[in-house]
Design a protein. Structure first.
Length: 335
């Protein structure tokens, strides 16, 4: 485990922080105010271990000894069902629910298309002079293998089978937030009732900052830091999640234009309407799903959708730089 502990402040309880870099291809940070450093280290280790389990189960690129994960499921597409951990079953069921709710804007069966973009992006980042775009014909052919109804889940047998041999799963739009939510709930049940868990752009506030109602301060990264502000907003949140999807994450450049990783299922190319979308709601898995789904909707569609979900707010940064807010998002902005 690669993490460091830090404590600071003249008054108790002390602010303590653990950071590590190995999970979900991003930085993870845990923050809590605790008197006992050993107690905090125990919780940090427990949270890390639990997140690592989800990381390995949801990994589509790497195999692990003794584990049948999503890579295993993809490798066996069109061949045979794979017996998997119940946590994979639960994730895929959750993903299917959000496929229906968002009219296909969240589709974990979109892996064939996303893999093409991933490969081009990796090559473009390694050798910018040779960066290029995937042929539209190849993307359209891959899109023929994205029918989520061909992801067959047998709960009784605890198996997953991809009926289409050309299909692959990619849970990047939902996995981090889902894992953070499950782990935060587990940690709370074990006594971690006040803390902050951040995995990349997924932040989950557990309880309040000091256990007596003081909100956590969560910053939203400015997708256009050239204006001099690193943060778009700082929010006050208690027992809630803040998740952002933005064009500044995992992009490469072709002929002077940046191409990010959020692919519109309708155009098969990166969405261009926004620089970032941030969601505030109680559930980190839901926030992760929404931040991607809304990114692929028009502002009008996205606003109607967000307003239909109780206790859920959003801020859009349009490609022009203009900010748009749902009805009560401003209530969270730190005064």
């Amino acid at each position: 485990m690669l993490f460091g502990l830090a404590g600071c402040g003249a008054k108790r309880p002390v602010r303590r922080e653990a950071t590590f870099l190995r999970l979900f291809d991003t930085k993870t940070t845990i923050i809590a105010y605790m008197d006992d450093e050993e107690e905090f280290a125990w919780y940090a280790q427990m949270i890390y271990d639990s997140l690592e389990e989800y990381h390995r189960l949801f990994d589509i690129y790497n195999s692990y000894e003794g584990i049948s994960n999503l890579k295993t499921v993809n490798d066996m597409a069109g061949k045979a069902p794979v017996k998997v951990d119940r946590r994979i079953i639960d994730l895929l069921k959750y993903a299917k629910e959000w496929y229906e709710k968002t009219d296909g804007e969240i589709n974990v069966a979109f892996g064939a298309v996303l893999r093409i973009w991933h490969d081009y992006r990796e090559r473009g980042m390694e050798d910018p002079d040779a960066a290029g775009l995937p042929p539209l014909e190849a993307l359209r052919e891959a899109a023929e293998h994205t029918d989520i109804n061909k992801v067959i889940i047998d709960e009784e047998a605890s198996t997953v089978f991809l009926e289409d041999p050309g299909m692959s799963l990619d849970v990047g739009a939902i996995a981090k937030g889902y894992a953070v939510e499950q782990v935060s709930r587990m940690a709370a049940e074990k006594g971690f009732t006040s803390g902050l868990i951040s995995v990349g752009g997924n932040v989950r506030a557990v309880g309040s900052k000091d256990g007596s109602g003081t909100p956590w301060n969560v910053g939203i990264q400015n997708p256009d830091p050239g204006n001099g502000n690193a943060m778009l907003h700082v929010l006050d949140v208690t027992d809630a999640s803040v998740v952002t999807s933005g064009i500044y994450e995992r992009y490469y450049t072709v002929d002077g234009k940046n191409y990010h990783h959020i692919i519109d299922p309708d155009t098969l190319f990166p969405s261009e309407e926004y620089k970032s979308v941030s969601i505030v709601c109680k559930d980190s898995g839901m926030a992760d799903a929404l931040s991607t789904a809304i990114f692929n909707m028009s502002f009008e569609e996205g606003m109607v959708f967000i307003e239909s979900i109780p206790d859920t707010e959003a801020v859009w940064v349009l490609s022009s730089g203009e900010l748009k807010y749902s009805s009560h998002f401003r209530d969270y902005i730190r005064k």
